[in-house]
Design a protein around this ligand. Structure first.
Ligand code: C2E
Ligand code: CA
Ligand code: CA
Ligand code: CA
Length: 275
């Protein structure tokens, strides 16, 4: 048994060494990818549920890796945060998204994810405004998606940054609402314009009709505070219908469209405008 334990430990060590090797390779790759422009925006449609019209897109990062192909953000966003490159990644994506949005109808919004760690950068607001200015995108077309963890500290730099940006028309959405330690009471004090109801609620509601009551309560609560609502993870027509019926403003999910490259999105928009 002792020998077996030793064997297991060796195996463990070998696995650890392998994991560390892979991580450092990925880390080196990521630094290179940022310079080489391999991190690209994908766009997922946001639909106004009452009219069924497209209102804009959420920008979702993808890594066009020369060897591994298209990589999902879960594989590199946490790493980018850890090695202090999430700000670079954000700036590149924002510049690319603004350049793309310039080619689209002017009412199309873009929604960007911002990591909590980015708020440590006092230049964040001015960099965003500069990019908007340089690319000629009106601030009201930009929404920032943040999570509650960015706002836990009441006098944090996040509040300052977001307040500055909201003054010129940028809007803020509270992402993944309902998953963390969502504090309903404090929601009215936060510098936000919208709540994004997490996919989990829509999934649960699909399993048990009673759960729609929770979703409806969140929508009503948000509206009482003058906040707009977006529901994520809409995969079927029934979910879209019910969400519209409970008064949810915007819908997002595979039912309306998956995240797509800039080229596919532009072609789709051209088609949409023509019809
Ligand atoms: P998120 O912000 O909650 O984004 C929504 C995620 O749900 C996306 O996954 C999207 O592809 C997926 N999704 C959309 N509709 C459906 C649906 O109907 N069903 C299902 N099952 N999933 C759906 P994705 O693109 O893999 O992104 C995962 C997470 O990575 C995002 O979650 C966000 O937290 C993070 N992320 C993505 N891009 C960025 C970025 O540029 N910066 C930062 N900081 N985080 C990002
Ligand atoms: Ca998001
Ligand atoms: Ca989300
Ligand atoms: Ca999420």
């Amino acid at each position: 048994a002792k020998r077996e334990a030793r064997g297991n430990y060796r195996q463990f060590e070998a696995n650890m060494a392998e994991a560390l090797r892979m991580r450092s390779t990925l880390e080196r790759d990521l630094r290179r990818a940022l310079t080489a422009g391999e991190i690209v925006p994908y766009y997922q449609p946001l639909i106004a549920l009452d009219t069924g019209r497209l209102s804009g897109f959420e920008v979702l990062a993808r890594w066009n890796h020369p060897r591994y192909g298209l990589m999902a953000p879960a594989a590199f966003i946490p790493l980018a945060e850890e090695i202090g490159r999430i700000g670079d990644l954000f700036r590149q994506l924002l510049a690319a998204a603004c350049a793309d949005a310039r080619q689209w109808p002017s009412e199309m919004g873009i929604s960007m994810n911002v990591s909590p760690t980015q708020f440590a950068d006092p230049e964040l607001a001015s960099q965003i405004l500069m990019t908007l200015h340089d690319t000629g995108i009106a601030p009201k077309r930009l929404e920032l998606e943040i999570t509650e963890s960015a706002l836990v500290d009441k006098v944090s730099s996040a509040h300052l940054t977001l307040t500055t940006l909201r003054e010129v028309g940028v809007t803020v959405a509270l992402d993944d609402f309902g998953t963390g330690y969502s504090n309903l009471r404090h929601l009215s004090d936060l510098p936000v314009d919208r709540v994004k109801i997490d996919r989990l609620f829509v999934e649960r509601a699909r399993q048990d009709i009673e759960n729609w009551k929770i979703v409806r309560a969140i929508v009503q609560f948000a509206h009482a505070l003058n906040l707009e609502t977006t529901a994520e993870g809409i995969e079927i027509a029934e979910a879209a219908d019910i969400l519209r019926d409970v008064g949810c403003d915007v819908g997002q999910g595979y039912f309306f469209g998956r995240p797509q490259s800039a080229a596919v999105t532009s072609a789709w928009l051209t088609e949409l405008v023509r019809n």
